[in-house]
Ligand binder design. Structure first.
Ligand SMILES: [Zn+2]
Length: 249
């Protein structure tokens, strides 16, 4: 058991390192496999000891070995986050198809969130990948009935679409698509719970930013990281939260 926990942490670190490449290159329309990793500042091709997830960053104190340029905090953060999530997903689900399903969901959400944080957009190709894998994985796990997926996709996407139309630009089309795509993984009513949790997280975070004058009221706040947070929380606590909620009636 312990060995597997550690193994999944390391696997997450390594995959997180690849996700960093995707986060940097996908919005710039570059290939994620070619050319090999290089420093974005001095373009020097990196060798394996520069590419050890997390450890290279700590060892080099966050600077490029060649040009001494500062490496973004995003690199170790994405690696650590992926490592930790892989580890807790394994502990929560054990070795089975569900684990595969939620590992893939997590990977997609991390890439989408960090691209949205930096560029305020969600690439359509990632939404399509999410739709495709969601449908395919459900075919194998047979976890969700069609009707559950249908409601799970339409209700959250419909609500966000309404909000996007009313707010005129506060909420983007990418957020609507992401909320819908999550329905393929979560089903009904979990996907609505995810949206509720996301709004809750977003409001709290927004209030903190406003209180400490870190952002102005008009500044855009990317919603995908909160939506992803809501989705991940639902993966872990959705059943328990819904059970508690319905027992209150
Ligand atoms: Zn460099």
């Amino acid at each position: 058991m312990f060995n597997y926990v550690f193994l999944f942490f390391i696997l997450g670190l390594v995959i997180g390192s690849f996700l960093n490449v995707c986060i940097f290159r996908l919005p710039r329309r570059e290939s994620v496999v070619f050319p090999p990793s290089h420093c974005p500042l001095c373009q020097t091709k990196l060798i394996p000891r520069d590419l050890l997830p997390l450890f290279s960053y700590l060892w080099l104190k966050g600077r490029c070995r060649y040009c001494q340029g500062r490496i973004s905090w995003r690199y170790p953060a994405v690696e650590l986050l992926t490592g930790l999530l892989f580890m807790v997903l394994y502990v929560h689900f054990g070795l089975n198809l569900w684990l595969v399903k939620y590992l893939i969901l997590t990977v997609l959400l991390i890439v989408i969130s960090f691209i949205d944080l930096e560029h305020y957009l969600i690439p359509d190709q990632l939404i399509l990948l999410m739709l495709g894998t969601g449908i395919l994985l459900n075919f194998f796990t047979r976890e969700l009935p069609i009707i559950s997926i249908l409601w799970g996709v339409l209700v959250p996407a419909g609500l966000l679409f309404l909000l996007a139309t009313l707010s005129k630009g506060g909420m983007g089309g990418g957020d609507v698509k992401l909320a819908g795509a999550a329905g393929f993984f979560l089903g009904w009513p979990q996907s609505l719970l995810a949206l509720f949790l996301a709004s809750f997280l977003g409001s709290i975070f927004g209030l903190i930013l406003l209180t400490f004058h870190l952002k102005k009221r008009k500044d855009p706040l990317p919603f995908a990281p909160f939506l992803s947070g809501g989705i991940i929380l639902t993966v872990f606590f959705g059943q328990a939260l819904l059970k508690w909620y319905f027992s209150q009636w």
